[in-house]
Write a protein that binds this ligand. Structure first.
Ligand SMILES: Nc1ncnc2c1ncn2[C@@H]1O[C@H](COP(=O)(O)OP(=O)(O)OP(=O)(O)O)[C@@H](O)[C@H]1O
Ligand code: SF4
Ligand SMILES: [Mg+2]
Length: 320
């Protein structure tokens, strides 16, 4: 089976059963009917407020969770419980916190060598060592670092170690879950540049999850915006930035700090009122209506679906 897409996510649902009484569980709809595609070598940015389901989308694609419903295809091949073992090497994840995701008592060599061991990707010790040194070079670490322990490194360097480990199995797709969010701004830029360089060299595709819209714009070809378990807008990165359609995207963009104080003073900031509803007790119709200044009666009755607004730019809103 072949496909022009590397990853195809179709109507993905991830409900977590939450105990709400002695004999009662209520589904928490963390991801509720998400669809998108990613081409080989492409970066899709995924943004939205805390708790909207970004990490759950990433984890469900990699089948770290068994999806409640929906399908994920890799190069046209539907991922199932049975074939996920074969696909593990193709799809990797880099986590937010380089402090907790790496064992501080392991050496760099052992951390990067672990996936090589698991997948038996070398013939002898020399080949193992050469591969590790090659990966370290790829992410900008010196060979002398190989025998040092993870706890001896700074956050930015630890993130490089984590990326080298993810790259060890030569994946075609990496979920970067807030991979630079915990780093200082100056270090963020360096690590983002490295992600871009690696993409150019290796042709790897990314699902780049972040809450910082500026970070995502820089690295992404396309951007998907999530609100309460659903994608509410998706399109070309510049399109979504320069011409946001969904009121939620509009408010997210107006919350991005503007470096120029004059422009900042003259810009119309949209401050969202109202609380984010609980994913266990979603409003009827459009989930954003409790905070939307364009809401009409229809919004309470009918849940809007994604519709093309031109140029491959989709948004889910009745009134825009
Ligand atoms: N394993 C789990 N069991 C139960 N509920 C979960 C689980 N994982 C996530 N959730 C819930 O699902 C929703 C989505 O969580 P998720 O971590 O995917 O959001 P997120 O967009 O990644 O947020 P953040 O920006 O804070 O990382 C939240 O309401 C969260 O509490
Ligand atoms: S559908 Fe209605 S409530 Fe939802 S974003 Fe559009 S205008 Fe606002
Ligand atoms: Mg998350």
């Amino acid at each position: 089976m072949s496909s022009e897409y590397l990853i195809e996510v179709e109507d993905l649902k991830q409900y977590f059963p939450i105990k709400t009484g002695f004999f009662k569980t209520t589904p928490l709809k963390a991801v509720d009917g998400v669809s998108f595609q990613i081409r080989p070598g492409e970066t899709l940015g995924l943004v939205g407020e805390s708790g909207c389901g970004k990490t759950t989308v990433g984890r469900s694609i990699l089948r770290l969770y068994e999806p409640t419903a929906g399908t994920v295809k890799f190069r046209g091949d539907k991922i199932t419980d049975k074939n996920i073992g074969e696909h593990r090497k193709n799809m990797q994840m880099v986590f937010q916190d380089p402090y907790s995701s790496l064992n501080p008592r392991m050496t760099v060599e052992d951390i990067i060598g672990e996936p090589l061991d698991v997948h038996k990707l070398y013939a002898d010790k020399k080949e193992r060592r050469d591969k590790i040194l090659g990966l370290m070079e790829l992410v900008g670490l010196n060979a002398e670092h190989a025998t040092r322990y993870a706890h001896e490194f700074s956050g930015g360097q630890r993130q490089r170690i984590g990326i080298a480990r993810a790259l060890a199995v030569n994946p075609q797709f990496i979920v970067c879950d807030e991979a630079v969010s915990a780093l200082d701004v100056s270090i963020q830029a360096q690590v983002i540049n490295m992600f871009e360089d690696l993409q150019e060299k290796l042709g790897v595709a990314y699902l780049f999850i972040a809450h910082d819209l500026l970070v995502v714009r820089h690295i992404s070809n396309r951007i998907a915006v999530m609100y309460l378990g659903k994608v509410v807008e998706i399109g070309d990165a510049d399109e979504v930035y320069d011409h946001p359609v969904h009121p939620y995207t509009e408010s997210l963009l107006s919350a991005v700090p503007i470096p120029d104080p004059v422009i900042a003073r003259n810009s119309k900031r949209i401050v969202l009122s109202g609380d984010v509803p609980s994913p266990m007790n979603m409003p009827t119709g459009c989930a954003f209506r409790t905070r939307c200044r364009y809401a009409t009666d229809k919004c309470a009755e009918v849940c809007p679906s994604l519709e093309e607004k031109g140029n491959g730019h989709f948004a889910a809103c009745h009134n825009r």
